[in-house]
Design a protein around this ligand. Structure first.
Ligand code: SF4
Length: 228
C-alpha cells in the first residue's frame, strides 16, 4: 500500500516542523531567488542576492535599466551569470509592464502562469515557485527532489513529465496555499537530510512506508556483510 501524498506531508511535518519558507524580505526578492536558483545551490543564490543588495540593485527598475555585463558580474556566484542576467532583465521589464505585483494579482492563476511561462528563461518549476511563494497561488512546485521522493515512495512506475506529476499530486491533496508552501519546503528539507541521491534510509521518518527503504537496506547490508 502506497502512502498518500497527504500522509507523506503529515509525517514530514511531524518530523521536521514548519519550515517558514521562502527566505526573502520582499515578493520581488522571492522572484529573483526563484530565477537565480535554477541549476545551482541555494547557498550560491544567497551570495548573488547579497551582492545585489550590497550594490542596491535588488529592485525591478534598477535591474531593468542596468548594464547587462555589470548585472552579470554581480550575480556571478549563481552560475550561468550572463544567461541569468538576461532572464532577470526580461523578468523585471515584464514586472514593470504588468504593474508590479499588484497588477499581476488582478489575473487568475492560469493567466499568471501562462504569462510567466511565456518569458525568456522561465520554465514550469520557476513559474510555480513564483506563483506559490511570491503571488500566494496554490501551484504545487515539482522539482527534482519531489520527483525523486514520489518515485521512491512507489507512486509512479514510470517518470511522468512535469505537468503529469503536478496533476497527480495536486489531485490527491486539498487545494491549500499554506499546505502547498509547507509541503514543498518539507520535501526540500527531507531531500537534504535523508532522501539524497544515495538515500540514508536507516534514520528516515518515512522508512516504515517506503518500498525503496527495504531494497536499500538489503544493499547496505550487502555492503557491510557480503554474505547476505
Ligand atoms: S526510506 Fe530512503 S528512499 Fe524512502 S523516503 Fe526515506 S530516504 Fe528516501
Amino acid at each position: 500500500m502506497v502512502i498518500s501524498p497527504l500522509q507523506t506531508y503529515e509525517k514530514l511535518l511531524a518530523a521536521y516542523g514548519e519550515q517558514h519558507w521562502w527566505p526573502a524580505d520582499t515578493p520581488f526578492e522571492m522572484m529573483v531567488g526563484a530565477i537565480l536558483t535554477q541549476n545551482t545551490s541555494w547557498h550560491n543564490v544567497e551570495m548573488a542576492i547579497a551582492n545585489l543588495k550590497e550594490h542596491q540593485m535588488l529592485n525591478h527598475e534598477t535591474i531593468a535599466s542596468s548594464n547587462l555585463h555589470q548585472l552579470a558580474e554581480i550575480i556571478r556566484p549563481s552560475g550561468s551569470f550572463m544567461q541569468k542576467a538576461r532572464y532577470l532583465q526580461h523578468f523585471s521589464l515584464f514586472y514593470i509592464e504588468q504593474g508590479e505585483r499588484k497588477g499581476l494579482m488582478k489575473w487568475p492563476m492560469s493567466v499568471q502562469r501562462t504569462r510567466l511561462l511565456a518569458l525568456y528563461g522561465i520554465g514550469p518549476e520557476t513559474a510555480d515557485s513564483i506563483l506559490l511563494y511570491a503571488l500566494d497561488r496554490p501551484a504545487f512546485v515539482i522539482d527534482s527532489y519531489t520527483k525523486r521522493l514520489f518515485v521512491r515512495l512507489g507512486h509512479f512506475d514510470h517518470i511522468l513529465g512535469y505537468d503529469g506529476i503536478q496533476h497527480y499530486i495536486q489531485q490527491r491533496l486539498p487545494e491549500s496555499l499554506p499546505l502547498f508552501q509547507e509541503f514543498h519546503a518539507l520535501i526540500v528539507e527531507h531531500a537534504k537530510r535523508y532522501c539524497k541521491s544515495k538515500p540514508l534510509c536507516g534514520e528516515c521518518p518515512l522508512f516504515d512506508c517506503c518500498p525503496t527503504a527495504a531494497s536499500s537496506t538489503v544493499e547496505i547490508s550487502r555492503t557491510i556483510m557480503p554474505d547476505i
